[in-house]
Design a protein around this ligand. Structure first.
Ligand code: GDP
Ligand code: MN
Length: 390
């Protein structure tokens, strides 16, 4: 689960990571009120969406008067903002963060994340901030430094802060503030069970203070049960509607760009099925693991999802009956087809326990289901049914 920038900055503020003064606003009038209360001569109005790249996309507006703040909020709230991270449809802007503007002397990159390959937490820093970190990593990997944290120590050892400060080129006088900022970041990650905390950019202001100008926090979904207060911050408007519906139905679903809907039992088999579709020249519309207990209800939910995706041109069902029985799956499929039959060809491959009975039930049902015994053949047929190799 991702947090909005304003939510992440509230955590930072509690943990001693300096952030600009500001508040969230859900209407132009609220934005105006925040600006007037902040005072000063420069304000920033920032679209709150779960995607980066807002600056380039026009989602971050510098304003020189409260009435400009109101106008900027009016231009953003209620629209969809499309950035290089938001997907082609963009994400809805329902709120803006109004902040006191900062005078920037330098921009840095700083993050702390669960480093799976090193099996510890690692800081990543770069003296070049405010730019796409992926591009820096690709074109100038030498500009990034990764500093792993020894797992057994509490807090952040002094040498870690010194390496990072050195790489950022901070002067000696900034070190105490930087050390405190690093400690606050670390405490924020531990307190929230976050998997990633990213500040891009961390800035040095003209007046010589370090400030987190942007904030991204990704929480570990598997730890959310320990944080009901954080779980309550979830903004479902930022999520893919199909994925949300699937989550409610207890289905493991990831939306993709292709046109062949897949329903498979088991994550590994689902991945293999998607690979096979690609191999045969097609493109999967989704990843879907209906789980070991593919009940009629779950199968029906899956078919509802397929029907609501206008891109789908064929459905491929691939079930390996190990513990589950194929005849029960077939009954579930038949019920689901009667309730929510996709308007496209449905290809089914059943294998394993009671597969023959399952196939017989499908052929006796009179429903337009193409039952195919081999997985490769089934994938090939699905590609053909979806309009052939593209
Ligand atoms: P992102 O594009 O979604 O990552 O949004 P950011 O919060 O990183 O803002 C994008 C850019 O807007 C930053 O890199 C800054 O260059 C600029 N920006 C944001 N806030 C301020 C501010 O207070 N003052 C100035 N001068 N620039 C700002
Ligand atoms: Mn940013």
């Amino acid at each position: 689960m991702n947090l909005h920038e304003y939510q992440a900055k509230a955590i930072f503020a509690r943990m001693g990571v300096p952030v600009p003064d500001g508040a969230v606003a859900r209407s132009p009038e609220e934005a105006l009120a925040v600006a007037e209360k902040l005072g000063g001569a420069l304000w920033v109005v920032k679209a709150q969406i779960h995607a980066g790249g807002r600056g380039k996309a026009g989602g971050v507006k510098l304003c020189h008067s409260p009435s400009e703040v109101r106008a900027a909020a009016k231009a953003l709230i209620g629209t969809r903002l499309k950035t290089h991270q938001s997907g082609p449809e963009g994400l809805p802007v329902q709120a803006v963060l109004v902040e006191a503007g900062s005078a920037i002397a330098r921009e840095f990159y700083l993050s702390l994340l669960v480093d799976r390959s090193r099996e510890c937490l690692s800081f990543i820093a770069s003296p070049e901030g405010g730019v796409e970190i992926e591009t820096v990593a690709e074109e100038h990997p030498e500009r990034l430094v990764t500093v792993p944290l020894p797992p057994a120590t509490a807090g952040v050892p002094g040498y870690v802060a010194r390496i990072l400060a050195g790489r950022l080129g901070l002067t000696r006088d900034l070190f105490p503030a930087f050390e405190q900022l690093i400690a606050g970041l670390h405490a924020s990650l531990l307190a929230t069970d976050a998997s990633l905390i990213e500040i891009n950019p961390l800035i040095l202001t003209e007046s010589g203070s370090l400030v987190a100008l942007d904030a991204k926090v990704s929480l570990d979904d598997n730890a959310l049960f320990r944080h009901p207060d954080l779980a309550a911050l979830e903004d479902s408007s930022q999520k893919n509607p199909a994925e949300e519906e699937a989550e409610r139905a207890g289905l493991n679903y990831v939306a993709l760009d292709g046109d062949i809907a897949c329903m498979v039992n088991g994550a590994g088999l689902a991945m293999a099925t998607m690979d096979l579709i690609q191999l045969k020249g097609g493109h999967p519309a989704n990843f879907l693991d209906v789980g070991g207990d593919a009940t009629a209800g779950r199968v029906t939910e899956a078919f509802h999802l397929f029907r609501s995706n206008p891109k789908v041109r064929a459905v491929l069902v691939n079930i390996f009956g190990g513990i589950v029985r194929c005849d029960l799956i077939a009954e579930g499929l038949i019920t689901a087809m009667r309730e929510a039959a996709p308007q496209v060809p449905v290809i089914v491959r059943l294998e394993g326990t009671r597969a023959e009975e399952g196939r017989r039930l499908l052929s006796q049902s009179g429903l337009p289901i193409e039952s195919i015994a081999g997985l490769a053949e089934a994938a090939e047929r699905a590609v053909e049914a979806a309009g052939g190799v593209s």
